[in-house]
Design a protein around this ligand. Structure first.
Ligand code: GLV
Length: 321
């Protein structure tokens, strides 16, 4: 009999990940670097017991209904889950999992890569060399902002924010942060909690790592960006939290010294206003893009599926049954 494989994987994953899954359970894999069309996705989910999805797949009531009553788990291949209607999954008793922890180090490293690139004007320097324009070292050539000893503000002190803060020790940077709730002292590890507006007004360098949610969407709008000290540098690691147009305007006016953005609200579109800013370092959603981390994310998504389909608790649930 030709039964439908119980698992649908909506995207090509890191090498070996699907093989680990299919050694245990048959799966249908959309083996492509492009997301599935909505219509194809709705057709493909029908009758499945598990879905491994990415941030490009909208998992909402329509999709859950299209999947039908056998669906037992949605495993998102991301730490974020703004593509998923969690309430709709909870109503139907379908656990949702994500991939926390395994991408923390890679993403914190990337925040630092962007912080250094923005403060030291690496993008501008590289573009200048590649342009073939004449250039010369001068005492005032492409001067940047020095990080050592500068206070670091972290907006969103979850796992990634804490990892960004730990890396600041090597730069002797005092760390302040804002979270809905202050962390326990052992987690805060010397970082000082401040109310949001106070954090902004005292952060010459700000890294944004809070997850996107209804409360955090455009949390850093034009008004709040204007609270940053003159010449501040902003690094955005979560799409949608910083208003991209407002960020571009703050760069254009010279209010900010520089900014860096790792992922965008309407990917793959990048706002032309940001592209026009020399002082914007723009990365194509590379936060977790290391060989080791993508492997670990894939493995964790697979392990969540295998656990739930074996009748066990999900390993990293966002929504429990
Ligand atoms: C972002 O890329 C995520 O993993 O949520």
């Amino acid at each position: 009999m030709n039964e439908l494989p119980p698992v649908l994987v909506t995207r090509r994953l890191a090498p070996g990940v699907v093989e680990r899954l299919t050694a245990n359970l048959p799966a249908t894999v959309h083996d492509s670097d492009q997301p599935m069309d909505r219509a194809d996705l709705l057709a493909a989910v029908r009758g499945r017991r598990a879905l491994i999805t990415t941030l490009d797949d909208r998992v909402d009531a329509e999709l859950l209904d299209a999947a039908g009553p056998d669906l037992a788990v949605v495993a998102n291949h991301a730490v974020g889950h703004h593509n998923i209607d969690l309430a709709a999954c909870a109503e139907r008793g379908i656990p949702v999992t994500n991939t926390p922890g395994v991408l923390t180090a890679a993403t914190a490293d990337m925040a630092w890569a962007l912080l250094l690139a923005a403060t030291r004007r690496l993008g501008e320097g590289e573009r200048l060399l590649r342009s073939g324009e004449p250039w010369a070292w001068t005492p005032n050539f492409l001067l940047g902002v020095e990080l050592t000893g500068t206070p670091l503000g972290v907006l969103g002190m979850g796992r990634i924010g804490q990892a960004v803060a730990r890396r600041a020790r090597g730069f002797d940077m005092p760390v302040r942060y804002h979270n809905r709730n202050p962390l326990a002292p052992e987690q805060a590890d010397g970082a000082e909690w401040l109310p949001l507006e106070q954090l902004l007004s005292t952060s010459p360098v700000l890294v944004v790592t809070c997850p996107l949610s209804a409360e955090t969407r455009h949390l850093l709008d034009a008004r709040r960006l204007a609270l940053l000290p003159p010449g501040a540098v902003v690094v955005s690691m979560t799409a949608g939290v910083v208003d991209e147009e407002a960020l571009a305007a703050a760069l254009a006016s010279g209010a900010l010294f520089a900014a860096a953005v790792d992922n965008f609200e309407h990917e793959p579109a990048v706002p032309p206003a940001l592209l026009a800013q020399e002082r914007a370092v723009l990365a194509p959603h590379l936060g977790s893009a290391t060989v080791r981390t993508r492997q670990a994310m894939g493995d964790l998504a697979v392990d969540n599926v295998l656990a739930v389909l074996a009748g066990k608790d999900p390993i990293t649930p966002v929504v429990r049954r």
